[in-house]
Design a protein around this ligand. Sequence first.
Ligand SMILES: C[S@@+](CC[C@H](N)C(=O)[O-])C[C@H]1O[C@@H](n2cnc3c(N)ncnc32)[C@H](O)[C@@H]1O
Length: 223
Amino acid sequence: MDVNQVRSAYDAASRQYFERFRNELDYKPLDRELLIKFVAEVRQDGLLLDVGCGPGHVTEFLRCAGGKAIGIDLSSVMIEEASRQFPECHFQTADIRDLPFENCSIDGIVAFYSIVHFPAEELVDVFRELARVLKPNARLLLSFHAGTENIVVDDFLQSGKPLRFWFLDPDAVQHSLTSSGFTIVSPTIRDAYPEEHPTKRCYITARKSQNVFREPQGASRGL
Ligand SMILES: C[S@@+](CC[C@H](N)C(=O)[O-])C[C@H]1O[C@@H](n2cnc3c(N)ncnc32)[C@H](O)[C@@H]1O
């Protein structure tokens, strides 16, 4: 991914993104259902991450569903926006490929449209980092645009900044997940809702396999 392009675009579009997507879960029944199920399946008081949280509306939904969630995003301006909008949630700036959490410390990760700026060949590195911080058997819930093309939006949400989006082949994403220490629980593909950009949407729930990324004592990273 072009990390500078992505950070700069989301820094510039944070307010517009919030205004555009703040209520999107209202018209997305499948997303709501998956998020509620996800929270219900995590043990009580388990720590969740909403990685690539943007302006925090999904983190807030997780909190309202009973989850203890931290929102993480590359864009510090997005994180400021999220913290302002949802003061009851905790947010932190970090890169999905270098999360500030110890090995095997997290009970579940949601990543809605957070991998859409990565080409398929970079996903194994992303998923390995997610597997590193998850506890064995803990779940990951991903969503992305299904396809094989990539597009550049010249003026992302009227921010004046360009932004490249990668559509991803669901089979290739599942293969990257299994290569990174995950077991697939359920893939789901749906058509766009009328309010959405007309792309096919893919959701994958995966579980960290039992025996990967168990670290020897003293090898885990500090916060
Ligand atoms: C399409 S938005 C999705 C935001 C939110 N999850 C949602 O569903 O509306 C992608 C988000 O991922 C973040 N992001 C992109 N690359 C990232 C990275 N390497 N590490 C952390 N966050 C990243 C962007 O800053 C942006 O907020």
